[in-house]
Design a protein around this ligand. Structure first.
Ligand code: ZN
Length: 254
């Protein structure tokens, strides 16, 4: 309780100082935007490195159709990925999340009910993170050190609260936002990833897009082509091991 009241007090003081909630895509240039958090190692968008590594990330799952097909494809290409799961869906399909971990992939927290995060209050935020950590723990026996806020929204309270849970906030490379949730067509998803692929990218995709198989179909092209170019597909934590500030965070919290 003391911790919660501390968080609330902190959030109030922060919100007085910094009334503008920062959105990852729309307002990167505010005084506490990307540069501030990236420098402090509190939010990660990508990990510049000389190594030919890329982190594929899948949000909003698990889904009994798409996630399973994605796992099969990843296995076929010996690729590792990170799944930012929604707690309420983890409770429906714990066996899929267990399979993700068992096959060497990483799990991240993506909230419990995927509410809008741009104006979320701290008590709701705390509950969303807590319930998802519990759901992941029940499914896998582990707690994750990675958090991705819905919509990529971030502010001081979100970053601090995820830190209080021992989680690092992870977003994605701006040039690797596939917008697959909008069902733009398989070719567009493929082109976005292949035309922009760089070492250390964090690619944003979704393994739960109702009545769409576009992400799965796109992966059938993306995986072999990037592999042909010499890329290795790694988890977010493995990617972070190339990055001094965030590596320390992960070492402490894993
Ligand atoms: Zn999401």
């Amino acid at each position: 309780m003391k911790k919660l009241s501390t968080i609330i007090l902190f959030a109030i003081s922060v919100s007085l100082c910094y009334p503008n909630v920062v959105n990852a895509e729309r307002a990167p240039s505010t005084s506490k935007g990307r540069g501030y958090y990236e420098e402090r190692g509190e939010i990660v968008w990508e990990v510049p490195t000389h190594n030919k590594v890329i982190a594929l990330t899948f949000d909003d799952g698990p889904d009994e159709q798409n996630t399973v097909q994605i796992l099969d494809l990843l296995q076929q290409y010996n690729a590792k990925a990170t799944f930012f799961v929604v707690g309420s869906r983890v409770e429906k399909h714990p066996e899929i999340v267990a399979r993700e971990l068992h096959e060497g992939h990483e799990i991240g927290n993506h909230s419990y009910s995927h509410p809008p995060f741009h104006n979320i209050n701290v008590s709701k935020l705390t509950s969303e993170l807590n319930r998802t950590q519990d759901a992941i723990f029940h499914a896998t026996g582990i707690r994750t050190a990675l958090f991705r806020p819905p919509g990529g929204s971030y502010n001081e309270a979100i970053v601090r609260t995820s830190k209080d849970f021992g989680m690092l906030t992870v977003l994605w490379s701006w040039h690797q936002d596939t917008l697959d949730w909008r069902k733009p067509g398989v070719n567009r998803i493929v082109k976005k990833v292949l035309d922009n692929a760089h070492n250390g990218d964090i690619v944003l995709m979704h393994d739960f897009v109702p009545s769409s198989t576009q992400t799965v179909e796109a992966l059938k092209v993306i995986l072999p082509e990037l592999q042909r170019r010499g890329y290795e597909f790694v988890t977010v934590s493995e990617l972070l091991s190339y990055h001094e500030k965030t590596r320390k965070f992960i070492e402490v919290n894993h």
